[in-house]
Design a protein around this ligand. Sequence first.
Ligand code: NAP
Ligand code: MG
Length: 476
Amino acid sequence: MARMFINGQPVDASDQQVGEIRNPASGEPVDTAPKGTAQDARAAIDAAHAAREVWRETDPSRRGGLLGKAAQQIAQNERGLAALLTREQGKPFSESAREIQRFVHTLEYYAGLGKNLRGGYLPLDNGAHGLIMKLPLGVCAAIVPWNFPISLLGNKIAPGLLCGNTFVVKPAGSTPLTTIRVIALMHACGFPDGVLNIVTGSGSVVGQELLTNPKVRKVGFTGASDTGRHVMRAAAETIKHVTLELGGSDPMIVAADADIDEAVSAASVGRFYNCGQACLAIKRLYLFDEIYESFLDKLAAKAKRLTVGDPFNERTRLGPMHSQAQRAEIEEQVSDALARGGKAVVGGARPAETALEKGYYYQPTLLVDAPLDARVATEETFGPVLPVWRVTDMDHAIELANHSIYGLGSSVWTRSISQAMKAAERIEAGYTWINQTQIIYDELPFGGVKQSGLGKEHGTEALDYYTETKSVVMAK
Ligand code: NAP
Ligand code: MG
């Protein structure tokens, strides 16, 4: 039985309740985790609040040093952590291993910034001195979804801890196990008690306490846009800082002069990674008329060859979807497209193999001819389904790409520098890749525009989102 971690101690829920965590590939139980109460969340917030002083007084180089030590610890445990992540989440083992490596990289990146935290100095009129201080915010909540439980945790705690903040982590209700182990491994590296706490349980109970408790000064949230709206409203009561990383519907535009084979491979990986359950997955594909047929033929051939099955099998490219509810949602979105003139050129159903019946499997799917107001065009599709449309030129492609409430990532494939730069400037998104896609860099600020979010993670920009800027004036 996994346990929460509050003030340096492993603990159960105050009312002893636990929830069962099941393997999405088989329905088998993996372990149980505490169903934390509001009282547990308050205990963790109080511990984080009490630990603020000692942590903000800890030298930044030591804070960075501890992050570096944690990176080594996690790297040494990569295989075990990855196996647990696959069992609770469903993604192929190789993808879980890559997620742990990403987390390690994020810890290392911010560890390296420990000696580079800076503010500013300005000479003012009449000989006064102006200082711009960057001070920690205090207690931060990290609320994380189930699709990338570990890498999305790193985006919050690595910059936040470096800046001198303390944390209460709330993983998704269905993926608490790897996160618990990661927090325990990190704590063992020497973080003072109370600096890093984890409370498992539901968003409506534990999450709600984090959003409303006045001692919490910042909420770093990744999840669905609807939940993000709720987070923003609830945080408004006590004027908390919020960073919101929300849903996306990334367009990919392929021009007639693109390297088609490269783009076909990128579309396949970009859509089917993690069984399509990625905020940054390619969710809409726009192909120039001239290459529409040939591109689609190649992509269809590739999609048909992808192995769906046991996530521990090395040949598997698509494991199960994470839950029954996720699959049901994708099935409804596909039905809507098919009922309105769309056609599935690949997939469009669950796999036929009886061996896969117990898991939440769905075939890689390519849809053509769906109308532009079909659900697959206007909503986020969080599964292995890619709708494809024809466009006449770059202006047409950009217009359709921007026809969405979302603006997270995007990519454009062309050999023309001017066309690429036009797309990079005009596509409404936080990221535009040119002739590459869906690769995230710790060094570059990341975050959506429009209803995909607010604020940035990654890069030195993330440090601004975990500090309060204070001006100090000293008279001559
Ligand atoms: P979700 O339902 O919004 O859940 C995300 C987290 O919020 C979970 O820990 C959840 O806890 C918690 N939560 C739910 N209700 C809450 C409440 N009332 N108060 C406080 N916390 C609450 O998201 P999801 O559907 O699981 O995740 C998929 C979504 O995340 C997609 O839309 C995806 O695009 C988005 N995403 C965005 C990014 C990005 O960086 N922009 C990255 C990855 C995913 P429970 O699980 O216990 O309900
Ligand atoms: Mg949810």
